[in-house]
Design a binder for this molecule. Structure first.
Ligand code: MRU
Length: 347
C-alpha cells in the first residue's frame, strides 16, 4: 500500500505543507502554511484534522512560530513562540494530541542557547513527532490486526486513517495491517454527519488502497449490527481519560449498540491520546458552527428560526469498550492511570 504523509515541513520556504482535507475526495491538493494565522485557519476549517495529525500540526506549528519570529533576543523570541503556542492550542479543545505536540516541541527548545539553535531544534523535534506517529500507527495496526477474525466486516466511524495521522492510521491502520496479513476485511464506513469524514475521507483512503468499503448513513449502523453483518467496531480517539473515550460525535451510539449486540468495540489510539490528569467531566466537548448542520453546498435546509446543536465529539464510558489498542499493547478496561503513566514513562 502506498504510504503518503499527511503533513510535513518544507525546508525550502519554511512552511508546513499538507493535504487539504476539506477538498477531498474531489480534489487532491497540497496546500502550504507560512504563518501561524494561516495554520489556525487550516485547523479551524479541518483542512488538517484527526487527533494524531493535530499533534503533528501542533509540533510543526511551534517550528513555524520559531521561524516567523524575527527577534534575536532569546527571551523575547521565547515569549512570541509561547504566545503563538497558546493561539494554536485554543483552536480545538477536545483533541489532546494538539497540545501534546505543542508541549513536546516547547519543552525541547526551552534550554536552547540561542534563537538559531531553537529554530533548528524545533524542526528536528517536530519531524521526530511525525516519524514516531507513523511508527506508533504501524505497531497499533499489527496489534489490532491480530484481534480481527480472518474474514470479517468491520464498522468504523469518522476517519481514523492515514489522513488523521502522520500516515497509515490508527483504526484504519488496524484494517490496513489486517489486509496486509492476508485477512479478508470488509469495511463499513459511517458517513459521519455533519462534515462527512467517513464518506469523504475514509471511503477515499480505503478505496485508493483497494480495500472493500461501503458507506452507510450513521443511523444504519444499528440495523447492520442487529442483522449480524458487523463482526467488530474499530474507531480512533481524540482523548482518553480514566473513565471515557472521546471521539467523533456518534461514537457513543455505536458503542451502546455494539454492547447490546455483543460485538467487540475496539479503540485504536497512541499513548499520546491518553489524558492522565482529567476525568470525563473536566473535558470540554468542542461545539462548532450551526452552518455545518444547516447547509450542504449552497443550500440551507434548516429554518433560520430553529436552534441547532453541533457537538464535534462525544464520550463513551470505558465499560462499553472491549479493548484499547496502543503502541505499547492491548489494554482492557478498567485501565488505571498508573498503568498509563508507567507505559508512557518507558517510551
Ligand atoms: O473533527 P475531526 O475530524 O478532527 O475528528 C476526528 C475524529 O474524531 C477521529 O476519529 C479521531 O481524531 C481519531 S483519528 C486517528
Amino acid at each position: 500500500m502506498n504510504e503518503t504523509a499527511t503533513l510535513w515541513w518544507d525546508a525550502s520556504n519554511s512552511s508546513i505543507r499538507y493535504i487539504d482535507q476539506t477538498l477531498l475526495p474531489i480534489d487532491y491538493t497540497i496546500t502550504e502554511c507560512r504563518t501561524i494565522g494561516r495554520l489556525v485557519t487550516a485547523i479551524n476549517r479541518l483542512e488538517i484534522r484527526g487527533a494524531p495529525a493535530l499533534g503533528v500540526a501542533g509540533a510543526y506549528g511551534i517550528a513555524l512560530a520559531a521561524h516567523v519570529c524575527q527577534k534575536s533576543d532569546l527571551h523575547a523570541f521565547m515569549a512570541d513562540v509561547h504566545r503563538d503556542a497558546e493561539t494554536l492550542r485554543a483552536t480545538r479543545p477536545t483533541a489532546i494530541n494538539l497540545g501534546w505536540g505543542i508541549n513536546r516541541v516547547l519543552a525541547k527548545i526551552r534550554s536552547s542557547p540561542d534563537v538559531v539553535s531553537a529554530r533548528m531544534t524545533a524542526i528536528a523535534e517536530a519531524q521526530a513527532v511525525a516519524r514516531e506517529d507513523t511508527a506508533c500507527c504501524h505497531t497499533i495496526g499489527e496489534l489490532g490486526a491480530a484481534l480481527l477474525p480472518d474474514t470479517c466486516t468491520v464498522l468504523t466511524h469518522c476517519n481514523a486513517g492515514s489522513l488523521a495521522c502522520s500516515s497509515w492510521g490508527t483504526a484504519l491502520g488496524v484494517i490496513r495491517s489486517a489486509v496486509n496479513a492476508g485477512k479478508q476485511v470488509k469495511v463499513i464506513a459511517c458517513e459521519t454527519r455533519p462534515l462527512l469524514q467517513g464518506a469523504r475521507l475514509t471511503a477515499w483512503e480505503l478505496s485508493k488502497d483497494g480495500i472493500d468499503v461501503t458507506v452507510i448513513t450513521d443511523s444504519t449502523a444499528a440495523h447492520l449490527m442487529r442483522t449480524s453483518t458487523i463482526d467488530a467496531v474499530v474507531v480512533g480517539a481524540d482523548r482518553i481519560t480514566c473513565d471515557a473515550v472521546f471521539n467523533k460525535i456518534g461514537t457513543y451510539m455505536h458503542a451502546v449498540c455494539a454492547h447490546h449486540h455483543k460485538i467487540p468495540f475496539y479503540v485504536a489510539a497512541p499513548l499520546s491520546t491518553f489524558d492522565t490528569e482529567n476525568r470525563e467531566r473536566d473535558v470540554i466537548i468542542e461545539e462548532r458552527g450551526r452552518e455545518e448542520v444547516t447547509t450542504m453546498g449552497n443550500r440551507t435546509f434548516v429554518p433560520a428560526a430553529s436552534a441547532v446543536k453541533n457537538f464535534a465529539f462525544d464520550a463513551t464510558p470505558l465499560d462499553l469498550v472491549t479493548a484499547i489498542i496502543t503502541e505499547r499493547g492491548v489494554l482492557r478496561p478498567p485501565i488505571g492511570t498508573d498503568l498509563i503513566l508507567s507505559l508512557k514513562s518507558t517510551q
